[in-house]
Ligand binder design. Structure first.
Ligand SMILES: [Ca+2]
Length: 252
């Protein structure tokens, strides 16, 4: 490769890295958790357990079911009952944020009153009982194999006994709420909701990881302020346009 072509490539790479870093630097991390700081078999001390998560024999920092060197949070909702396992962490939600996490759903046969698996939720306080503390379910892996968005929209299907990368972008403007979903990098679409009680929506002050029945594992949670760090099509186009002269030069 000629010198000017190498220099051109270097400039392009620097610009691309700069764009990538730029979007990460501006995004303030509101909550990050990989469960590596806790001892295996213990409850992670910065999280508050609720309902069946208080069963320390079944809810704890556990080895990743597929990678023994990695620590995860294992939650377990009681089998055949109505007693979910929930874990809360304080957070200051903003009008626009992005959640990324990994969820692994177990394959137990569910027969209880809410036969669903893992989910992530915005919650007021650290107590669900009697629905006195309002919440918004961001995503729910249902027991029938469907992935459900906030409200009733079905986004797609999933399999048990494997990890999924889940990303949710939350954007609120007045009482208009839009939520966009990605699962394993695939765009699962956008859901629009009208917020019926804005006071409740603004009261959410905890992030919840939960499983309704059976086991679910959680890891690599990161909640960042603002939009998802994905290059805009325009940016990709500019990078693509920039590469054309380089390719032409290399062909000479
Ligand atoms: Ca981990």
């Amino acid at each position: 490769m000629k010198y000017y072509a190498r220099k051109y490539l270097l400039v392009l790479m620097t610009a691309a890295i700069g764009l990538g870093l730029g979007s990460q630097v501006t995004a303030e991390v509101m909550l990050a958790e990989d469960f590596e700081a806790y001892d295996l078999g213990t409850w992670p001390s910065s999280w508050v357990p609720d309902a069946n998560a208080n069963d320390s024999g079944n809810n704890y920092v556990a080895q990743d079911p597929l990678d023994s060197g990695n620590k995860t949070l294992r939650l377990f909702g009681s089998m055949g009952g109505c007693w979910a396992a929930l874990a809360y962490h304080p957070i200051s939600f903003t009008a626009e944020f992005t959640v990324e996490t990994r969820i692994y759903n177990g394959s137990e046969t569910l027969t209880g009153c809410h036969p669903d698996r893992g989910g992530i939720v915005m919650r007021h306080g650290t107590y669900w009982y009697g629905r006195t503390n309002p919440s918004r379910r961001l995503i729910q892996f249902r027991g029938d194999g469907a992935v459900r968005a906030t409200g009733a929209t079905i986004l797609g299907t999933y399999e048990t006994d494997r990890w999924y990368d889940v990303k949710v972008h939350y954007y609120r403007e007045g009482t208009d709420l839009s939520l966009r979903y990605w699962v394993d990098g695939d765009d699962f679409g956008e859901v629009h909701v009208t917020i019926e009680d804005l006071e409740k929506e603004l009261s959410f002050d905890h992030f919840e990881l939960s499983v309704q029945e059976g086991s679910a594992y959680f890891d690599d949670l990161e909640v960042t302020e603002g939009s998802a760090p994905i290059p805009e099509p325009a940016t990709l186009g500019l990078i693509g346009l920039g590469l054309i002269p380089l390719i032409r030069r290399r062909r000479r």
